[in-house]
Design a protein around this ligand. Structure first.
Ligand SMILES: Nc1nc2c(ncn2[C@@H]2O[C@H](COP(=O)(O)OP(=O)(O)OP(=O)(O)O)[C@@H](O)[C@H]2O)c(=O)[nH]1
Length: 243
């Protein structure tokens, strides 16, 4: 689903009030929404990873993302339904300029992606981390590092050890996976460490344990921007920051 700038404000609220009123006129149950942005160089597999999680399969074909694509999935953890919104951002500079300000707003978690077969995509990570910091995504926001395309181990240019050192230095958990073949062995017979589903569920578990976001004003007309605050700003969970 491609997003137009005009529609952005409508989905920046972190609660979904779409459920209809019950017959007893009780307020509708509120579904917590978690906005997770997925960033990294062009071609590392951001679209395929988000599609794998939300649609449960590898896309038949992909094109370079223009601006940002938006996918979501409702999951259930401990009896609570949560809506996970994945913002699949464009890796190419020329396709992302106009959207950057939008997708860094009200972010709950960041997924940094590199391609294990492309050392340049790994070397770009400090720049992506720096951009996040410039948009105030620092210590309070859970962040994870994902090495994709592990089905192509024979062509790997980034070792697990080196990636783990980088992840440790930036206080991020590291996951290695394949959007293409998450359940099978790679081409050298090894199991592809982490499953895409498990990675995003891990992030969702982390977010769920945080204090819920509350609306500081009710959503009014379409297009209004809703400001969010946490119930207790001091009590945000942290997964560390490399800033
Ligand atoms: N072998 C393999 N190929 C993959 C995997 N994930 C993605 N690809 C391929 O990598 C290419 C780029 O994938 P995308 O998901 O479009 O990459 P992206 O990071 O979204 O790229 P931009 O939209 O330009 O930022 C496509 O040809 C995919 O088929 C994977 O896990 N294994």
């Amino acid at each position: 689903m491609k997003l137009e700038e005009d529609s952005m404000a409508d989905i920046e609220s972190s609660f979904d009030f779409s459920s209809s009123l019950t017959s007893s006129s009780l307020p509708p149950p509120r579904t917590r929404i978690f906005k997770i942005i997925v960033i990294g160089d062009s071609g590392v597999g951001k679209t395929c990873l988000t599609y794998r999680f939300c649609a449960g399969k590898f896309p038949d074909k992909t094109e370079a993302t223009i601006g940002v694509d938006f996918r979501e999935k409702v999951i259930e953890i401990d009896g609570e339904k949560l809506k996970v919104q994945l913002w699949d951002t464009a890796g190419q500079e020329r396709f992302r300029k106009s959207m950057v300000q939008h997708y860094y707003r009200n972010v709950h978690a960041v997924v940094f992606v590199y391609d294990v077969t492309n050392a340049a995509s790994f070397r770009s990570l400090p720049a992506w981390i720096e951009e996040c910091c410039q948009h105030a995504l620092g210590q309070e926001v859970p962040r994870i590092l994902v090495g994709n395309k592990c089905d192509l181990r024979h062509a790997a240019q980034v070792s697990t050890d080196v990636a783990q050192q980088f992840a440790d230095a930036h206080s991020m958990p590291l996951f290695e996976t394949s959007a293409k073949n998450p359940y099978g062995n790679d081409d050298s017979g090894r199991n592809n460490s982490d499953h895409v589903e498990a990675i995003f569920m891990t992030v969702a578990h982390k977010l769920k344990s945080q204090k819920p976001l509350v609306l500081s004003q009710p959503p009014c007309r379409s297009g209004d921007t809703v400001t969010l605050r946490r119930e207790d700003e001091e009590d945000r969970g942290t997964w560390g920051c490399g800033c």
